[in-house]
Every structure is written in C-alpha cells, then in structure tokens.
Design a protein around this ligand. Structure first.
Ligand code: NYM
Ligand code: MG
Length: 214
C-alpha cells in the first residue's frame, strides 16, 4: 500500500482577514513538526492564464465577467495534476483561496447566480478542511485602506461576505469558522488545531471531488 496522502487545506475569507500570513505560519509550523507541507495560492499569477487574471485585477485589461470567471476556474484546473501529485506523495497543501472565492466574488456581481458560478469547479479536488477567517467590516477597516485592485471596495466586499455565508451552509464541505479578530498567534493556534485533525483524518480517506454530491 502506498504511503499516506497529504491533506488539502484551504483558507478563505474577506480581504485583510490575514489569510496569507496564516497560510505561511501554518506551513512553517507543519514543516517544523516534520510534516511535509507546501503553500499554494489562487489565483496563481505565474502561469499564462494567471497573467491574464493578474492584468484584469490590476485593471490593466478588461475582460467580460463570464470569461474572467472561467479563467479563474481554468487556473485551478491547470494546477490539479501538480496538486494530486503532491498530495499522493504525502505533502499537505495549504491553499490561499480556492473555488469558494471564485463563486463568492463572481456571484456578488449583478446577473450571476451561485449555481452557474459553481459549475466550472465541480469535480476539483475537494478540500479536507476549509477555514473561513471571519472578520467584521469595522475591524477590517482598522487594518488599513483597501488596495487599488478590482473588487477592493467595502460595498463589494460586503456582498462577497454574504455569498461566503451562503456557501458555508453546504454540509458537504468541512467548513470551520475562525475568529480572525484575535491576535496572530491565537488565530494560528486555532488553525493549527483544525489542520492537525484534518491531516490525521485525510490519511484514512480518499481525496473527494468538490460539489459532486457529498
Ligand atoms: N478572486 C480570487 C476571484 O475573483 N475569483 C477567484 O476564483 C479567486 C481565487 O481575486 N480580490 C479574487 C479575490 C481577490 C483577488 O487577490 C485575488 P489575492 O490578493 O491575490 O488573494
Ligand atoms: Mg489579497
């Protein structure tokens, strides 16, 4: 029998909730305790598709809304072979945003339903754990100004937050809500606790497929 697989762990949340900081700290903590782990992020701006997305986010180019949604999804799919290879080798992947950001951001635009937005990501590797870093808008505001990328306005972020709330009602996904208003080390402790449980559970369960009936 092959060695035990790694876990697929995703961090989601609104901007400035601390996702990137916490992903890095988690990878370091896992590695320090002898558990192989790597960080990934979506969008991955380094690929050809990722560069199209990056130019769009930086407002250097305009893309039709359905088109950019499908590019975000394609950017995940193009990394799936690598993700599966690493998980198979026992490496735990800690991912900064995933399909949930894809659905929450596009469905916050007028004229998009969540169902349509989920379709292109159906069948992606299913995360063993998705942690939502919860931070209320007032607290987020204390952490500084928004950047200048597309979507970085408080009105849009509020609708995105509502969409995340709806996605979290799906019991087929292992959601954990993390109080991101606590200090960096306390948030890290919560995240590590859930991650260690997910890593143990993943060892004995095959990798699932996202949004495909459980
Ligand atoms: N975003 C991210 C989407 O609109 N769709 C997606 O599928 C993903 C993964 O891109 N505002 C949005 C959310 C963010 C932006 O920002 C990427 P960052 O700071 O690179 O995580
Ligand atoms: Mg960001």
């Amino acid at each position: 029998m092959a060695s035990k697989r790694g876990a697929l762990i995703v961090l989601e949340g609104v901007d400035r909730a601390g996702k990137t900081t916490q992903c890095k700290k988690l990878v370091q903590a896992l590695q320090a305790s002898g558990r192989p782990a790597e960080m990934m992020r979506f969008p991955d701006r380094t690929t050809t598709i990722g560069q199209l997305i990056s130019a769009y986010l930086e407002k250097k180019s305009d893309l039709e809304d359905h088109t950019v949604h499908l590019l975000f999804s394609a950017n995940r799919w193009e990394l799936v072979p690598l993700m599966k290879q690493q998980l198979d080798r026992g490496i735990t992947l800690v991912v900064d945003r995933y399909a949930f950001s894809g659905v929450a951001f596009t469905s916050a635009k007028p004229g998009f339903c969540m169902d349509w937005c989920m379709k292109p990501d159906v069948g992606l590797p299913k995360p063993d754990l998705v942690m939502f870093l919860q931070l209320n808008p007032a607290e987020a505001a204390l952490r500084g100004q928004f950047g200048s990328e597309r979507y970085e306005t408080s009105a849009f972020q509020k609708s995105v937050q509502q969409k995340f709330k709806q996605l979290m009602k799906d019991p087929s996904v292992n959601w954990k809500v993390i109080d991101a208003s606590k200090n960096v080390d306390d948030v890290h402790d919560d995240i590590k606790h859930h991650s260690l449980n997910a890593i143990s559970a993943a060892e004995n369960t095959p990798l699932g497929e996202l949004w495909k009936g459980g």
